[in-house]
Design a protein around this ligand. Sequence first.
Ligand code: UGA
Length: 448
Amino acid sequence: MRITMVGTGYVGLVSGACFSDFGHEVICVDKDPSKIALLENGVMPIFEPGLEQLVARNVQAGRLSFTTDIAAGVTNAEAVFIGVGTPTRRGDGHADLSYVFAAAQEIAAALEAQSVGASDLLLVTKSTVPVGTGDEVERIVRQAAPNRVIRVASNPEFLREGAAIEDFKRPDRVVCGTDDGIARGMLSQVYRPLSLNQSAPVLFTGRRTAELIKYAANAFLATKISFINEIADLCEATGADVQEVSRGIGLDNRIGRKFLHAGPGYGGSCFPKDTLALLKTAEDYQSPLRIVEAVVAVNDSRKRAMGRKVIAAMGGEARGKVVTILGLTFKPNTDDMRDSPAIAIIQALQDAGATIRACDPEGMQQAAKMLTDVAFVEDPYEAVTDADVVVIVTEWDAYRALDLSRMAKTMRTLLMVDLRNVYAMDEVNSAGLTYVGIGKRDSALSTH
Ligand code: UGA
């Protein structure tokens, strides 16, 4: 099928590249000429494992190309996917849909300008959009292209940064929202490679339902995280161990083991933004989501509380202390710093008078734009020299097997605060360092 993807962010670029890998002919469109220039030179504008090779392979096979010209991009397309950003609208928490609506308008105007007799088009929103957005997109394209048949469907994306290609090609499910029979048939064709080897069920729903499934999924996952984070606090207060609690409940299939890792709170470009947007929808429809409200509040307060936890571990005083932060991105295998817990943690520590050194395998460039007075150091061993505490904020593989004895030789105070429970207390202790984890028996140093 001839597919055009509008937007080359995480969702747009990964989806476009994967569609071409399925054998479709794909054109990716982006307004930003510098992004398109990079892509045409085989350079990825985002860090995502495996993406560069995937793009190169499909460009070489002649199935994947890039352009800044939306009109040229949609001219021969059978299906156009909108994969542009839907950031939080400044000031009110609603999703900012201006990029989605602008894309719909431009696509329809380009089609309308084409010769009469051109074929129908399937227009699909892949961006995360609040329930009812498809109705508005439909209104926009009807108005801008009254002489063309454009079927509007919703196909939310569930991929995770850092595991995006694997998630796209081996998803738990694909959700397609449309009541139109022809649109359903076309979407079945798009995802045929997945249904052929029965690797993923394709779930057909109404358009509004599909839009809501995306938000409900992210809100539920965020709920699991805030839930286990509060249980971690209770573990510290009561002398239980959150990793064992997590395993103990997660082995119940009705609960499941995933997304029950206690940590410094969720971040990234999705959970924080999507939970807020969902709350706005709930408000608009006067149908409160009190659980999601609590999830957001718990997460917001947790990030700075982690800063206080580090200070408590240092005996309650941060002034004059050197804190080494290992991991800045909101999770490993990405360079994305958006809403990363590291930002609030570092600010809380700086406010209390600490000096910050930080390491991250991919995120230091982005982090430097958001943080001030932080010394960025490539090598973790160099970063801990004369430090009073080493704090693990992001569980990069590079920080999972550190030579702790080597660190102990150069640190000023032998203390590790492990906000991801990467290390076992015994191994850290045997290297001579005091260990403070999350929700651990002996880590009941107060966060409150
Ligand atoms: C999330 C969802 O997992 C994807 O399914 C969805 O497609 C995506 O949002 C989106 O809407 O685009 P992502 O933000 O890339 O994906 O990252 P996750 O792996 O879900 O992690 C989000 C945050 O939760 C991270 O800060 C991570 O450290 C934290 N987390 C995750 C925990 O603290 N504990 C866990 O057990 C799991």
